[in-house]
Design a binder for this molecule. Structure first.
Ligand code: COA
Length: 108
């Protein structure tokens, strides 16, 4: 596996566990993973982004909300949100409390 992301219903839509393996970063895989999420999730999303990932999310349409804070791991994070402009009716089969995972295997 070279990348993963999960999304779940939690106070709206929550994006979690976004990661691309170090040797595959900056090759567009993170953008592809988020693109796959955008096809499943219509509503506004939020995430707690590590500071070093804020530029990545901002590049893909996310906006920072509120101050930088430290999570349980003591790492500084920034709450960010994303909203599709002109949200269409939700087409997703995702359900409250259920995590959906998207993974990219090497070569995909
Ligand atoms: C953040 C992360 C998921 C991005 O994935 P990626 O596959 O490297 O991102 P992409 O190649 O799709 O990048 C798309 C664009 O986002 C921006 N971007 C990506 N990583 C960036 C970084 N570290 N700093 C600044 N901008 C970044 C760039 O504009 C990039 O386009 P460009 O390469 O043409 O300039 C990946 O770096 C990662 O897993 N990091 C470690 C774990 C982590 O921080 N996860 C986020 C937890 S909230």
């Amino acid at each position: 596996m070279v990348g993963c992301v999960s999304v779940m219903r939690l106070r709206g839509w929550a994006l979690r566990g976004m990661a691309v393996s170090a040797e595959h970063q900056r090759q567009g895989l993170g953008e592809r993973l988020l693109g796959a999420v955008y096809t499943e999730v219509d509503g506004p999303m939020w995430c707690n982004a590590r500071l070093q990932a804020v530029s990545f999310y901002a590049h893909l349409g996310w906006a920072p909300v509120g101050p930088v804070f430290r999570m349980g791991d003591r790492m500084p994070h920034q709450r960010m949100t994303w909203t599709r402009v002109g949200t269409a009716a939700a087409r997703s089969g995702l359900r409250e409390g259920r995590v959906s995972e998207l993974r990219l295997e090497s070569g995909q």
